[in-house]
Design a protein around this ligand. Structure first.
Ligand SMILES: [Zn+2]
Length: 178
């Protein structure tokens, strides 16, 4: 009989050993931090995710535990160019390798190309879904093409932001150096 897995308390190794698949149909409002990015708008928007477990090299003493994660949602935000509402699509498609603990993950992080996480028998999968979607939220949300005419001053490539004074230059002056 196949083992049953609980997304919020996932036994990651068993999930990978079984090559199991979990998926969820949620709402943006179910994820508080994500919903906050949308300033409370679009709470009922669908958020779908799926996770596929994989045990690589299963005969090996150090078989690798992998989880392949996909998630998507469309977040209503405010376009910072035209200040009108903009639907910002968030798409996650990423694979994670689970290692013994946080220390191992940190130690291997530089050399490994994949994302590393500490293995757990009660891993918070929805938390990872939310973390990954949050990382896709643009710092400056914008329409690809704004629906309304945008003021020229912002679009003009010659328009320069006033540059903040370099505090170190000022320090040198104060010190009397040159
Ligand atoms: Zn816009």
């Amino acid at each position: 009989m196949k083992r049953q897995f609980t997304p919020a308390r996932l036994d990651v190794r068993a999930f990978a050993e079984d090559g199991s698949l979990l998926s969820g149909q949620a709402r943006v409002g179910d994820f508080a931090r994500l919903a906050a990015e949308a300033k409370g708008e679009g709470q009922d928007r669908p958020l779908t995710w799926s996770a596929q477990g994989e045990l690589r090299d299963p005969q090996h003493v150090n078989a690798q535990v992998w989880v392949h994660l996909k998630a998507q949602a469309v977040l209503p935000m405010i376009c910072q160019r035209c200040l009108e509402p903009a639907d910002i699509p968030l798409v996650v498609d990423r694979s994670f390798r689970f290692v013994a603990d946080e220390e191992t993950a940190a130690a291997l992080d530089d050399e490994a190309e994949e994302d590393l996480l500490a293995i757990s028998r009660a891993f918070d999968l929805p938390g990872l879904v939310e973390d990954e979607l949050l990382m896709e939220v643009p710092v400056v949300p914008r329409h690809d093409v704004c629906p309304t005419a945008v003021q020229l001053s912002v679009e003009d490539p010659d328009f320069e932001q006033p540059r903040p004074e370099n505090p170190f230059a000022r320090l040198r002056v104060l010190k009397g150096g040159g």
